[in-house]
Design a protein. Structure first.
Length: 196
């Protein structure tokens, strides 16, 4: 009987070591009209500041990342303006420094699939409404965050899925920012919800 337990435990241990834990996030797919309708704020902007934050929820502290984004084109929603500069402060779940150590304890981001924005990068952002603890995220995670390559003519723009499934008449890959912005304006004009 003891031999059976030893063999069973050894086999169980070998199986656990052979199969590392799998992480996956399932997110509903959004096309451009669905993403626009689902977003509370839609804008183009450049990230000017990234800092660590935290919120209290459920009796504990959750690590967050706070982004300040200078808004250069607002399509939908309300934005703060200070000294003539329009900006959006966005607080997202997760640490921008995954795997950090503090006092001998290693901390990991609770939600690794949250997009990470880079200081100085220009984006087209579709944001969810803020939660009761003031957190927000791009609609559909990587689907609602488009990098704009301002170094190339036409400013090629693509989201984290390389624009797959974004529009029925568009296969995938970066598209000129002006084309995407025009389609976005048309959707907002048709469905309502433009900048207030």
């Amino acid at each position: 009987m003891r031999l059976i337990r030893v063999v069973f435990c050894s086999g169980l241990l070998a199986a656990m070591l052979a199969n590392p834990p799998a992480d996956a996030t399932t997110v509903k797919h959004f096309d451009l009209p669905q993403m626009t309708t689902s977003a509370a704020r839609v804008f183009r902007g450049t990230v000017t500041d990234v800092r660590a934050g935290s919120v209290r929820a459920g009796g504990g502290q959750l690590a967050t990342t706070i982004y300040r984004i200078r808004v250069t084109e607002a399509f939908k929603g309300d934005f703060a303006t200070f000294k003539g500069i329009t900006y959006a402060d966005v607080e997202m779940l997760g640490s921008s420094k995954a795997g950090t150590s503090h006092n001998g304890v290693r901390h990991f981001s609770a939600f690794r699939d949250m997009p990470v924005l880079e200081r100085g990068q220009e984006y087209l952002v579709f944001l969810t409404a803020e939660s009761s603890i003031a957190l927000s995220s791009p609609v559909g995670l990587a689907q609602g965050l488009f990098e704009i390559d301002t170094s190339l003519p036409g400013e090629p723009t693509a989201n984290g899925l390389n624009n797959a499934g974004l529009m029925a008449d568009f296969a995938r890959g970066p598209m000129p920012y002006a084309n995407l912005a025009e389609r976005l304006r048309t959707i907002i004009a048709t469905k309502g919800g433009a900048r207030r």
